[in-house]
Design a protein around this ligand. Structure first.
Ligand code: NI
Length: 174
């Protein structure tokens, strides 16, 4: 396993749609493991392959609390099969938008079909934080970022701040 750098917004690569994987073999499993390690290294609860620059429909999640055993989930080709009518608004963040959080409204419950790390077809039924996280990560696979749910004004404030931070970091590295 290896920690790989996470792409920070604004970046065109985060807005591209990802292709399904043909199946989960050794290379996809390695990607899943690298994604989990990169996610844990940044104290995240979810990560999508495009955030590492890989345009494949693969996501990982772990919403276990710090005092619980890790509960890693590895999903390839995840597809939302059902969402609840009940919607909830909750603060959301993203490892590609460090230090920025904003309320987003999403369905409270979802059912998702996917391939697991051993290429088995499975379904996940989720509520609360896990449901929110899985929807956020699946959005990434279609190039949809959580800031797209915000007003243009709020989105642009966040993107401008991130662009400025990146510029300062690049200058400091010169
Ligand atoms: Ni994200």
């Amino acid at each position: 396993m290896a920690v790989r750098p996470i792409i920070i917004a604004p970046d065109k690569r985060l807005k591209l749609a990802c292709k399904p994987v043909e199946g989960v073999g050794k290379s996809v499993r390695t990607l899943m493991d690298d994604m989990l390690e990169s996610m844990y290294a940044s104290n995240g609860i979810g990560l999508a392959a495009p955030q590492l620059g890989v345009l494949a429909r693969v996501i990982v999640l772990d919403v276990a609390r710090a005092d619980n055993e890790p509960q890693p989930l590895r999903l390839a080709n995840p597809e939302i099969r059902w969402v609840s009518d009940e919607l909830v608004e909750r603060e959301e963040g993203c490892l590609s938008f460090p230090e920025h959080f904003a309320p987003v409204t999403r369905p409270e419950r979802v059912r998702v079909a996917y391939l697991d790390h051993e290429n088995r077809a499975r379904e996940l039924e989720a509520a609360g934080l896990l449901a929110r996280c899985v929807q956020h990560e699946i959005d990434h696979l279609d190039g949809l970022l959580f800031v797209e749910y915000l007003s243009a004004l709020k989105r642009n404030v966040i993107l401008r701040k991130l662009a400025k931070t990146k510029k300062l970091a690049a200058e400091a590295a010169d």
